[in-house]
Structures are given as C-alpha cells and as structure tokens.
Design a protein around this ligand. Structure first.
Ligand SMILES: Cc1cc2nc3c(=O)[nH]c(=O)nc-3n(C[C@H](O)[C@H](O)[C@H](O)COP(=O)(O)OP(=O)(O)OC[C@H]3O[C@@H](n4cnc5c(N)ncnc54)[C@H](O)[C@@H]3O)c2cc1C
Length: 1001
C-alpha cells in the first residue's frame, strides 16, 4: 500500500485507536516524574520570584466574589452572613418553583429545629466546602457553619428579607461564575474584555434523552454562529471558540454503547466542527470521566480524520493531568496531528472529577485508580505534560488551564517565555492572577466562559465551589493570608519526595476498601477497552463449569443429617477458610460463571459481573463475620466461675433460593448456614439449576465436605417436600411472600422443635421525589432502579411518587431516557435490558400492561418481538394505594402527589404492608427525616438509586410482608443460623477459689 493510500484509508476509518494501561501503579510513574522534575537552581529561583509576585497580587486584589460588597451593604449583612446566604442560594438554584423555594428557605431558617438534631446532615449544602468560596478562611471562625449563621440571620432580619436576599445572592452567584444567561449576553460582556480570548461553554447536565441531545446540538450550533459573527478579523489561535461536552450530545455516552455512539454521534460532532471550521474558531472537546476517555478519543479520531476538516488548526481537546494516561494521550494527539498534517490545540487541565473517579474505582473494585491520589502527583504529571506539549509544537498548540500561580510560573520557565502557547482560566476565577500576569508579560490568556440560565448552573457551580473550597486547592490557600507563601511555593517533587510516597496514605486501594479483614471483590471497568475485551473473550471461550450432582430430596436430607456432626465440630476458622477458598475459586472461574449467568439467567454483562462479585463478597464477609460472631465469648460474672457463650450449628438447614440472583443469593444463604456449623440441603430455583450445581461444585472444591452440602434440583413441590421433613432444623428462603407463608405454615404444622425460618420476600418499592430533587439525578436513578435487570430484582422500584409541581418535566425526562435504552440479547454488550426469566413471567407482565392499557403512558417501542422480552413500560395510577401487588418486571407505576399531601402518600405506601426498599429524592433534610420516621422499610436510599445493596455496607432485607430479617450481608445474620450454648464452669469446685486468693493488693 502506498503511503498516500494508507493515509486515505486512515482518514476514512479514523485514526489508530488509543491504548494505554488504564490504572497503572503510581510508584512506577512517580519514579520517572520525579527524575524529570529536576531543574537548575537559577530556574527554581526565577519560578519562586514570579510565583511570589503572583500570589501577592492575588492577595492584594482578592475580594472573593464580584459585587459582594454592594450586596452586603444593600442588606446590611456581614460578610459571613453573605457567605452563608450564598450557600443557601446555591441549594436553591435547583428548585424549580417559587413555592418550593420558599419552603426550602423556611425549612432552613425555621429556627429551633436545628438544635434538636444532634447530627445534622449536610446533604443540602452539597457545597459545604462552598463555604470556603475562596475567602472564607478570613471571615469564618472555626466551628461556624452555614446553618448556625443562617439561623441567627433569620431571627435578626425576618424571613421576607432573607428570602429577598437569598434570591439576590442567587443572581450574584450566577453572574459570578456564568458569563451570560444567553450567548448574546455573554458575547456582549466579553466584548468589554479585549485583553482575553474566550471559549464559550453551553451549560447543562449531560443529555438523558434524545431530545436533550438535540437541544444541546441546536444550542451549540447557534452559539458557534453567534461567536463567529462577532469574532472579527483576528487569526487563530487568537480567535474565540467553543467548548463542547460529548455527554451533552448523546443520551448514552458510555463505553458499552460504543458502536451506537460512534455511529450516531460522529456525524453530529463533525457537523459542529465543520461549522466551527467555516468560521475558523477554536473548537475544544472537554475532558470528562476516565471511563469515557477511550470512547472520546475514538470519536475524536473519527471526526478529525474527516477530510472536510483538512487545513483547519482550530480543533482541540482537553487532557486531564490527574489521569495516569495523560502523557499517552498527548502522544496520541501529537501523532494524530502528524498523520493529518494539521495543528491541533490541546488544553491541559488538572481535572474536575477527582472525587467521582476515586469513588467509581472503589465501587467497581478496580485493581488501582485511573487518577493519582495525591495532588502533588497531579501537579508533577501536569508539568511533565507541559514539557511534552511544548516539545510537540508546532504540531500542537498548548493551552495551559490553571489558576495556580506556581504552575503558571513553572510553565513560563519551562517554555522559556510566553510565546507559542496560551493560558486559560475559568470565568469568575483567577482574575487577579491573570490581570497581573498579562500586565507583566503580555501572555495570551483565554477565559472559559459558561453560558446558561440558573436552572443549568447547578452541576457546574458545585464543581467550582468544591474546587474553591478544597483544602488542597491553590485558590483556597492562596486566598488565606495565614498560609505562608513559602508553603504555597513548595514544589510537588518536595511533597512527594520519593516514589514510595506517591499514593495518598488514607485512600486505600479499591481492593482494600474493607480493611485488613477482607478483600473487596474484583471488578472490571468497562471503559477500559483492554479489560473489557479480555472479559468478553474470556466469557466467550470459557469452558463449561463442573456441575455437582443433584440428589433425591430424601437422600440429600439423610446425607446432610449424617454429615452434620463432623462439620459442626470443624473449628469455625476452618469453616471460614473454606468460604474464602470458595470466594477465590469464584473469582478464578469468573468468566465461566458469567457465561452461565447469561445463558441460563438472561443477565447482561454488567449484571452478571456484579452478581459474581456479590457472591464473592458474601463468602468473604461471612467468613469474617464467623470469626467475629461465632467464636466463644467470655461473659462477665462472679469470681470462682467462668461463663462462656458459644454457638453451634442447628442441624440440617434447607436453603431455597430464587432465579433472579441464582449465584449470589444461592451462595449467600448456603455459606452462611454452613459457616454457622449446619449441614445444608440446597435447592436452587427450577429455572436456574445449573448455576446452583456449579456453585455447589465450587464450594466442594473449596473444601466444604460433600457430606455437609447436598444439592436437590426441582420445582416448588420439591422445595415443599424438603421443608416438611422432620429432620430440618431451619429454612432460609428467598422468594415470594406467598411461598414464604406456605413454608411457615408447614414448619408450624410439624411436631418437634420449632425451627427458624429466615425469609426474604418481595416488596412494592416506592421512590418519593419532591420538587427540590435534581431531575437528571432522579432520571438516572429511576431508570436504573426500575429497568435494570429487566426489573427482576426484589429491590427494584415499582412505584414512583413525584410531587405534582415537577412531575411533567421529570416524567418527560424519564420517558425519554427509557426510550434510549437498548432492549435485547443480554450477551450483546450494548444491551441495557434483557429478557424476563420465562414464558410464564412474560405472559403475566404482558397481561398486566394490557389490563392497564388505558393508563400506560410509556411503552418502549424497540424491543425484539421474538423471545422473552417485555418492553419497559410506565403506568400512571391515581393513588399509591392502587398498586397492591408486586409486579416483577420492567414496569414502573407512577403517581403524582400534592406538596401538602405527603402524609397521605406515606399512609398509602405504608398501607400495602410491604417494607423492603424505599427511595427518597429531596434536598430538604427534614422531609427525608420525616419519611424515614414514618416508614419502616428495611433499606432506604436517599438521593441515589435503590438497587445493588453491597454486602457488609448495605445489609439487605425488609420488614412486614417483605421478610423476617435478619438482614443478609449484615452483622446480625449469622447468629440466626446458629444455636447458642452457655458453658458455666465452677472453677472453685475443687476446693476453693485459687485465683481470687492469689490476687495481690
Ligand atoms: C479553562 C479551563 C477549562 C477546563 N476544562 C476542563 C475539562 O475539560 N475537564 C476537566 O476535567 N476539567 C476542566 N477544567 C477544570 C480543571 O480541572 C480545574 O479547574 C483544575 O484542575 C484546577 O487546577 P488549578 O491548577 O487551577 O488548581 P490546583 O489547586 O493547583 O489543582 C487542583 C486540582 O488538583 C487535582 N487534585 C486535587 N486533589 C487531588 C488528589 N488528592 N490527588 C490527585 N489530584 C488531586 C484536581 O484535578 C484538582 O482539580 C478546566 C479548567 C479551566 C481553567
């Protein structure tokens, strides 16, 4: 192939894919970074001098928020009260209607109640660190909180004045961080600051629906036109530009939807890029979360390679230095620019989602973090990226986005001047620094200028406020005169010192999240292409698992009865170790387990992986718990005797588990009964016998004696035959309330000992959403809770209760998001909703929808017609009490409630008699507290989704019709499987109390 043909091919198909290790160890990176950070002493001295001047300039000019002085004067407020109001205002920005806003203000200012709550939740003040706002350190005394200042303010000024002031504060906050509510307003404001270049950003949360994505597209396109019209005759890079978030342009901007995203989104981004090219603007793709990076680069590669963009130097992207892959990205962009023979712009940032990244890696059980955990490592990496970018000129045009004076001074030193690159700052931040720097050096600086209304401001604002408030943030320390300049100038390499200190001491690796006692189960990041490919190929090629042999019920019970004594005498430690070996075996056989979960249980990849992890966690958790809760315990008592509480197995336990978690629930029941010393006869659901048989085989391999664990396959009749047997010493059951009742009756009908029944049953799970909730967050959580796993989880959301005032908007978004789901074969990676378990389930669900046909307000239209698919549906009901049974599938019921009728709603919900999971979306702490007081549900989730309880973190199980307790995966579970024994020994029996007599004074 001639080079020319090869190049044309590249341009048609996009550039080579990016690849780099997702989360390599910090230490190896630190070695190189530390080595390369060395500079001559005179260079360091120049950096010190410049950075000192800049910090002094910041301190001299720093007034914090623009316009705050006037605001404070107008309302006769002290600065600290002004700040407290800002914090309240920030929370108010999310409230859509005036009435609710007033309620929220009153809620926060209604005095008295504050003092009754010892531990106040700070959920409202998402940005409690906003409290800082860069200037707080000088004004706020230790121990003061926004709450207590607001309380006294309410008393002093009265509610009406505070209400007015809060609204004013809202406007002020908005104008401080947002250049204009419309692009025209922003352009007009920018025109007064010719000393800066601008890049405009259209504010908003990521798109949840196709309509959202279209709206953003139109808004970007309109903005590009407007920016072009006022751009004048200057040349790139001096021309203004636009910053684009890919997540705003597609409702499923995620790794698993890669094919679809590339197909649907590439032409959209290309269209915007062409418009920007026609006006010769700077067009930058913002950097988002790490798991979207590879997808972004694939898409950017495809767009860039389009010949229609040839000859344009305005295309750019942001690179985050807190990511361990930053240098590799720069290399990729440099090579891409080389192949295309074009200059690209690269905005180097440190990164805005650090906290989210750390949490996600922990939740997903990754081997390591994709980001650094010490800020100084980010700073070191930033400078390494600076060097790489500067060296890649003129293929790349570096844009250094930072508000940190030390970083700025270091960049100038590294570049040997101020030519051939630009700095960038956010509107509302870094003003003093750059005014002073521009005056001193004439360096080019671009302002990232958010544009949007108050409603869209929130997410952006919270990021900025967090950034301003974080202890480690430069903006925060620079504004605090009590921090010596020398501290601020301490170099990142000095903070790190050696590679052994590259990691944060108090941020454990994801696998060490649960401390030294138990390992977190290992997960996979689907945004890491290499890991995902390895997983997919492992699942595809996995050899089938060995299956344990099922026995006849009578044989299994006889065998278990025989095996009980020796297993019960096996020390707890040995039993626990067998569980841990089983966990390891599960992890080693992960791919085969996933394959079986998919083929037999119809699970999507994500669900199947999560289920293997849950099963692993159960084994490790109960092993740890056994060592804690089942070992002999010395009881206090009089001298001359010892009293010891011990636990022993009860006998033969029957474990009957459902098909919806054929591995995790099956394993959880069986291993907890076993580790408590019981022998077990386990019966998996008739729909998923192979999974049960595979699990039993692995448990046997892990060291559970075959005599202690027996498998019985069959339907409900077989289960019934097991439970009526007189040898049964206890039953663990998960399934319907109706069957649990039957088991309960059959156990009660037996003569002989009364044995425990540990039952987990269903629920009519509700989520209550009030007007202060964030619609996008509600939408995400509803979609996940109601439709993930095709709604076949006992925790799944069945009944969504939305406050009337916001119902239309929220329901429209939920319907749009549901429409964007892919329903289909769960083995396809892009599938969100798989089939239901069997024809009977499908028939029942379809019938339910048919019966409620005149109330169906949404039905997914793109589900395959053949197979066991039930298209997600939403059914509107008048009252919460109208839903009287658990509908076990992807069908969501919705009711609206009036703000003054919350209690009636709670009565309706309580009236169904179930008490499993409950969701609450509200920013009013007192509303959440009120609901929690009124409803006794076993698991309540506030401002998050309501499925996926984590073993040992969210012990799971309900009350009322939802189960007997104790909660699975919780500290009270194991003892229910054991029987107690107290051994009292009179140590003085043989003649006297020697130990008492031996006591010295
Ligand atoms: C013009 C402009 C455009 C931007 N565009 C984007 C974008 O597209 N995508 C994006 O993600 N961000 C973007 N940002 C936000 C940017 O990430 C933050 O503003 C920036 O990180 C702040 O860095 P600093 O040098 O000003 O402050 P500093 O105070 O020096 O650095 C703060 C940063 O350090 C990092 N950090 C903090 N604690 C730790 C820790 N324990 N371990 C590791 N790292 C830590 C974080 O990245 C944090 O933001 C943009 C910023 C600007 C100015």
């Amino acid at each position: 192939m001639s080079p020319q043909v090869a190049r044309q091919k590249d341009q048609r198909e996009g550039l080579p894919a990016f690849s780099a290790p997702y989360a390599p160890p910090d230490e190896a990176l630190a070695e190189t970074l530390l080595r390369e950070a060395q500079r001559p002493a005179d260079a360091e001295a120049r950096i010190d001098a410049r950075a000192t001047r800049l910090v002094e300039a910041i301190r001299a000019k720093s007034g914090g928020l623009g316009g705050i002085e006037d605001f404070l004067r107008e309302y006769s407020l002290s600065t600290r009260e002004g700040l407290a109001l800002m914090v309240l205002a920030e929370a108010l920005l999310r409230v859509p209607d005036a009435a609710t806003a007033d309620r929220l203000i009153e809620d926060k200012l209604a005095t008295g109640d504050w003092t009754h709550h010892e531990v106040k939740s700070h959920a409202l003040f998402v940005s409690a660190s906003a409290w800082a706002l860069g200037i707080s350190a000088r004004i706020i005394q230790p121990g003061e909180t926004p709450e207590n200042i607001l309380e006294s303010l309410g008393k002093r000024l009265g509610l009406p004045a505070v209400r007015a002031a809060t609204r004013q504060a809202m406007r002020l906050l908005g104008s401080h961080f947002v250049l204009g509510q419309s692009i025209e307003e922003a352009l007009s404001r920018a025109s007064h600051h010719r000393e800066f270049r601008y890049s405009y950003d259209m504010l908003g949360e990521g798109a949840r629906t196709a309509a959202d994505a279209e709206r953003y597209f139109v808004s970007y396109a309109g903005a590009i036109r407007a920016i072009g019209q006022t751009a004048g005759n200057v040349q790139l890079p001096d021309r203004p530009g636009i910053s684009v978030k890919l997540s705003a342009l597609h409702p499923r901007y995620e790794a698993i939807s890669r094919e679809r995203v590339l197909e649907e989104l590439t032409p959209r981004v290309l269209e915007l890029a062409r418009q920007a090219k026609a006006l010769d603007l700077n067009f930058t793709i913002d950097a988002e979360e790490a798991d979207r990076l590879e997808l972004s680069l694939d898409l950017i590669g495809a767009v860039l390679a389009d010949p229609s963009l040839a000859g344009w130097d305005g295309f750019g992207l942001a690179v985050q230095a807190y990511q361990k892959r930053a240098l590799a990205i720069i290399d990729w962009v440099r090579d891409a620019a080389g192949v295309l023979d074009r200059r690209l712009m690269v905005r180097l940032v440190k990164g805005a989602y650090w906290d989210t990244e750390v949490k996600r890696a922990q939740e997903r059980g990754l081997a390591d973090y994709p980001v650094f955990t010490r800020k100084a490592m980010t700073d070191l990496n930033y400078m390494a990226c600076v060097t790489r970018l500067l060296a890649a000129r003129p293929h790349l045009y570096p844009q250094f986005a930072t508000h940190n004076a030390l970083t700025v001074a270091s960049v100038i030193e590294e570049a040997g001047g101020v030519e051939g690159y630009e700095f960038q700052r956010l509107h509302g931040m870094g003003e003093a620094l750059y005014e002073s720097l521009i005056e001193e050096t004439g360096v080019a600086c671009r302002v990232y200028a958010p544009v949007g209304g108050h409603r869209d401001l929130l997410a952006y604002l919270v990021r900025r406020l967090l950034e301003n408030g974080a202890n480690s943030s430069f903006v925060s320390v620079a504004a605090d005169p009590s921090v010596p300049v020398a501290d601020i100038l301490k170099r990142p390499q000095a903070w790190i010192a050696d590679a052994g200190h590259a990691r944060h001491r108090r941020i454990p690796l994801p696998r060490d999240l649960y401390g030294p006692l138990r390992k977190n189960s290992a997960g996979v990041e689907f945004g890491d292409g290499a890991s995902l490919a390895a997983l997919l190929s492992g699942v595809k090629s996995a050899a089938p698992l060995a299956l344990a042999r099922g026995e006849a019920a009578a044989d299994a019970l006889a065998g278990a009865a025989q095996g009980f004594a020796s297993w019960n005498e096996t020390p707890v430690e040995e039993r626990a170790a067998a569980l841990e070996r089983t966990a390891d075996l599960y992890e080693r056989n992960r791919d085969a387990l996933i394959a079986l979960l998919q083929s037999e249980g119809g699970k999507t990849l994500d669900d199947a992986l999560a289920e293997v992890r849950e099963a692993v966690d159960f084994c490790r958790y109960y092993a740890t718990e056994a060592r804690r809760a089942l070992v002999p315990e010395r009881m206090p008592g009089p001298t001359g005797e010892t009293n010891e509480l011990t636990h022993r197995g009860r006998g033969v336990f029957v474990c009957i588990s459902p098909w919806n978690f054929p591995l995790a629930i099956f394993t959880g029941q069986v291993v907890s009964a076993l580790v408590a010393g019981n022998s077990v006869t386990a019966k998996p659901a008739e729909q998923t016998p192979q999974m049960g048989a595979a699990a039993v085989a692995l448990m046997h391999e892990g060291g559970i004696p075959k005599s202690a664990l027996h498998l019985v396959l069959g339907d409900g009749k077989v289960g019934a035959a097991l439970t009526v047997d007189p040898r049964v010493a206890g039953v663990a059951f998960t399934g319907s309330t109706e069957v649990a009742r039957q088991i309960n009756r059959s156990l009660a009908a037996k003569d002989g000992p009364i044995v425990p029944l540990i039952a987990e049953t269903g629920g009519i799970n509700a989520m209550i959403v009030d007007a202060t909730a964030l619609p996008e967050q509600v939408t995400d959580d509803v979609i996940t809770s109601a439709f993930r796993s095709a709604g076949q989880r006992c925790s799944a959301l069945r009944l969504l209760c939305v406050q009337e005032d916001v119902a239309d908007r929220i329901l429209e978004m939920i319907e749009g998001a549901a429409r964007a789901l892919v329903v289909g074969d769960p083995r396809e990676i892009a599938t969100h909703v798989g089939p239901v378990i069997d024809a009977e389930a499908k028939e029942k669900l379809d019938k339910w929808v048919a019966v409620h046909a005149n109330r169906v307000c949404f039905r997914h239209e793109a589900a395959p017609s053949a197979g066991l698919y039930v298209p997600p549906a939403i059914i509107a009901l008048d009252r919460a009490r109208d839903l009287t049974e658990e509908v076990f599938g992807p069908i969501l019921h919705v009711v609206r409630w009036r703000a003054d009728e919350l209690d009636r709603l709670l009565d309706d919900i309580a009236g169904n008699g179930y008490g499993l999971t409950l969701g609450i979306h509200s920013r009013i702490d007192q509303t959440a507290e009120h609901i929690v007081r009124r409803l006794a549900n076993g698991n309540i989730y506030v401002n998050r989704n309501m499925i996926g309880a984590v073993v040992g973190t969210q012990p799971f199980g309900g009350s009322g019709l939802s189960g007997t307790g104790p909660k699975a995966g919780g500290p009270n579970y194991l003892r229910r499987f054991a029987t107690e024994q107290v051994i009292t020994v009179n140590t003085a029996a043989a003649g006297g109390n020697a130990s008492l007599l031996a006591e010295s004074e």
